[in-house]
Ligand binder design. Structure first.
Ligand code: AMP
Length: 191
């Protein structure tokens, strides 16, 4: 916990908490052995949410960005706020069967089984500079599917931004090996 160096009038002893202090860990959810990193406690806190949005877009401030894309579902909460802050459009990358228009899809591997992500074929114009956002990167499989969809759409991916990295699962390294910059706000041990 840091004391804010410049105290606004009427806000004495205003404190700045670290981003990870807003995140709740729920053991054995959704199944035994998983430590679920729950960002709903961060989203419901006015300073936590503000801080997360500001920190996620901080490296990209002043850079030309045409659109923010985000991964279902918690990524949408962050991506919408970041897109609004940058005054750019927002593109949802959704689980199979949720988007109403014509889509293209990418299959990817989950811990158990396969899943599919989709994007509208007309969501991105060729050459648009896109920032990809989600709450957490674990194995990087979901993000990799999102990157492939954006690249097939003709996007120029400016970077990817996450609140949480689980370094033990190697997702950040995987995405960097694809040539995409990864910006994270904090790390947690384990999976
Ligand atoms: P991955 O494709 O393995 O990188 O998984 C990333 C996606 O799964 C993100 O959309 C996360 O919201 C979710 N996820 C994976 N592991 C966790 C975890 N331990 N706690 C919370 N969400 C997780």
């Amino acid at each position: 916990m840091l004391l804010f160096p410049y105290q606004p009038a009427g806000l004495r002893y205003y404190t700045v908490n670290k981003i990870e202090s807003y995140i709740r860990t729920i053991p054995d959810y959704p199944k035994k052995g998983i430590q679920f990193r729950d960002v709903s406690t961060l989203f419901q806190d006015p300073r936590g949410f503000r801080m997360a949005v500001d920190m996620l877009l901080h490296p990209y401030a002043g850079q030309p960005i045409d659109k923010v894309a985000a991964l279902e579902a918690r990524g949408f909460i962050l991506g919408g706020a970041i897109a609004h802050q940058l005054s750019v459009g927002f593109v949802p990358i959704r689980k199979q069967g949720k988007l109403p228009g014509e889509t293209m899809h990418e299959d990817y591997t989950l811990e158990y089984g396969e899943a599919t992500m989709e994007i509208h074929v007309d969501a991105i114009e060729k050459g648009e500079r896109v920032l990809l956002v989600d709450d957490l990167i674990a194995t990087g499989g979901t993000c990799e599917a999102g990157i492939k969809l954006l690249q097939r759409s003709g996007a120029n991916i400016v970077g990817s931004a996450f609140i949480i990295d689980l370094p033990a699962l190697g997702g950040k390294k995987l995405i960097e090996s694809l040539g995409v910059d990864v910006h994270i706000l904090c790390e947690f041990d384990g999976d």
